[in-house]
Design a protein. Sequence first.
Length: 429
Amino acid sequence: MEEKIAVVGLGYVGLPVAVALAERLRPEGARVIGFDIAAARIAQLRAGEDATREIDSARLTSCGLEVSDDPGVLEGAGVIIVTVPTPITDERRPDLTPLERACATIGPRLSRGALVVFESTVFPGVTEDICGPWLAQHSGLVQGEDFALGYSPEQINPGDHVHRLETITKIIAADSPSALERMHRVYGAIVDAGLHEAPSIKVAEAAKVIENTQRDLNIALMNEIALIFDRMGLATRDVLAAAGTKWNFLPFTPGLVGGHCIGVDPFYLTAAAERLGYRPEVILAGRRINDSMGQAIAQKVVKLLIANGVSPCRARVGVMGLTFKQDVPDIRNSKVPDILAELREYRIEALVSDPLADPAAAAHEYGITLSPPEDLVQLDALVLAVNHAVYLADPADLVARVREGGVLVDVKSALDRAILPGELVYWSL
C-alpha cells in the first residue's frame, strides 16, 4: 500500500493505532505519520518512551513510526485518522473543541481525494454534520466529493494487554462504498479479530456511545446495591459471589467510575437526546449515583473513625492511589479527588500516594501534592482507593501503615479479609 497515512492525536488511542499501522503497512510501502500538538509528547516518543505505558520502548523504536508536532506533515496524506479526546464541559455537556481544532489543523492541509476517519467518541451525526462541514470550511473542498469521511470507534482499554487493538473486532463505517473499501484495507491490515461494517456512520457512532453507557449503568446498579447492603450489614462481595452462581448473572462490581470514557460518554448520548426533546431518566440517574460514590466513601471513612473513637479533625488518613484505574498512569476524571474533597469538609487533610501518577499532573489538574509512600505511616485510616498490583502484592505493607486497631477501607474489595488482623476495622464497598 503506497500511501501516506497520518494519525492525529497520540494518546491512549492514537499511539497504538499509529504503531500498528507502521509495523504492518510500512513494509508494504506506506508511510505512517503520527501527529500531536504536544511538543513534550513528541519529544518523549522520539526518545522511545510512552508515558501511557501502552507501547513498550522496543516496539516504539523499531516500528518505523514518524512522529511530529508540525502540522505540515499532514500534507499529502491519503488517509487521516483522528483520535483526539472528546471531553465534557463543567456543565457536563459535550465539548467538541478538540475535534474542532483538529479539523482546523487538518483542513488547510487536506488533499483532494483524502479519507478522514474519526475514532473519537461522539453522538450520532457529529462526523458528517459537524466535522465534515468544519473540514470543508477550512479546506475549501466539497464534502462527499473532494474528500470522504469514515468512522471507526476506538475500543482501547488502557492497561489491558489481552483485549487490544489487534484482538477486538473493529467497527467501520463510511460515507461511500469506495471509502469503506479503503477503510477495509487500512484497518484490515492491523485488526486480526476482523471488521464489522455498520450500515452508516451514525449507526457506528451510536454503537460506541451506548457501549460505555451500558457499562456505566451496570456499575451504578452495583454501587446502589452496595450502599443498600452496607446499611443491612451485608458484605456486597459475598452477595455478588452467591448471586454469580447463576449462569446469566453479569459480573459487575461496585467502585469509582472515572476516566475519559465511562464517566463521560453517557453525557454525549443524553445531550443528543435532550436536543430531540427527550429527557433521559435511567442514564442520568446512573450518572448521579456513580458521581456520588467518592462522597459516600469519604463519609463512610468519617463514620468509621468516629465509631473507632477518633476525632476526624485530628485523624491521620492516607489514600493509596490517584489514577482513575488500576495499573495505568492516567488521572483524567479520577474520582479519588472527590473522596479528598469530602474528607476536607470534615477538616481531614489526607496524605495521597500513587507510584504511577505524575506528580506535576496531579498538582496541575487537582491541586494535589503526592506524598512519598514512606510518609503514609501511623495512620488512623487507610483508604485503598486504586488496587494497583504493587499494592496488592504486599497486603502486609498496607496493614503495617495503619495504627493497631485502625481503619482500612478497601474500595474495590481487592484484599482477602482472611489474612487481615482481626483487630483491624475493615470495610469494603
